[in-house]
Ligand binder design. Sequence first.
Ligand SMILES: [Zn+2]
Length: 405
Amino acid sequence: MDKIKEVAGNNTNDLVEMNRSAIVRILQQTDGCSRADIAKMTGLTQASVTKIVAVLIEMGIVSEVGFVRGNGNRRSIGLRLNAEKNLVIGVKFSRHVFSIGVFDICGKNYTKQETEFGLDEFAEDVLAEMKKQIHELLNKYKNIVAIGMAVPGPYLRKEGRIAMVTRMPSWHDVNFIDEFQNEFDKPFFIEQDANAGALAEWWFGNHGRPLNSLTYFLVGEGVGSGIVDHDRLLLGNLGIASEIGHISIDVNGPACECGNRGCLELYCSATAMLKKAKKLLPEIFQEEITNRWEACNKVFIAAKEGNEKALELVDEIAEYIGYGCVTLINGYDPEIIVIGDSISQGGNLLLPTINRIVKERILPEISSRVQIKISELTIDPTLYGAAAIATDKMLRKPSEYLVRK
Ligand SMILES: [Zn+2]
């Protein structure tokens, strides 16, 4: 059915909803902007904006917030989204741990909790615990309008299955759509982790608007990327587009579990860095560190303190991330690349080398127009992204999904 809808036209009702959505999306980004600002940003006439805003206020989706300073210092009435009436649950599922949080559609966090589990635990027991916790939150927070979930990629989104779950064979056959979609009386949406991170940066990352194309470059236990291009997540046919971690950077390199050789993920993931760090820097791993984010951070701290071997290793990782950025730029022409997950803790230790590689290998007319940043989100981008998956759907069909008075 989806396919038929994609090539079909829009009826008047769809157009009305699209315009409501355009306004709601601006207000999600720009709290307190006026009707005149919205007219300028959407290209809609002032009269149309006034009419649509009146309906959104009547529905209880938007409120007036008193006067703001507008053009030529004139005072005009500001508008805001009633975000507190529209909460979403974000669920992040990953190896060893799942996290669940409650957020509003403007990204404010109300609560979050984390549950660890072992690789030997039965998938059905872990799923039962996840469902129980979600039900508890639904009982506690009455304004929840939707649930979003982020799972490790590559995730076959039409089938609801994760294609490759390293060291977790019991999860290979789990159908996430069957498990979750009918469990709750709220809409439920699932995407893979890098896509979730891209949506988190798009909706909650304060990158400003207008913004044409943003790439989230996930460099953690795995390596992947998520792309929002002209307001839409790039999905491909199966939902596995932009799996940059499995692009080969050495066709004769080591074999990867995906079947390819010399995949980028084998050179700059946390797994790759920690494997090398344990050989090169045994002194910093004398005590066993179970938290892998902390283990990565130890390497970066050693580099900051001037440890030569740590500096060399961090520089090597940054080079590979740089090659990844070159591929992302050539493949997807992003305006911003945001690097996130555990390796991004390296921050300014990584950026100069990444930028140098990009400058060396991309035409200056292009490289000078791409910003490469480290994620500044204070909440785990994948969990935040799970909430952003649901938020994204809500903002596209505000009168269908958002709370009415
Ligand atoms: Zn691979």
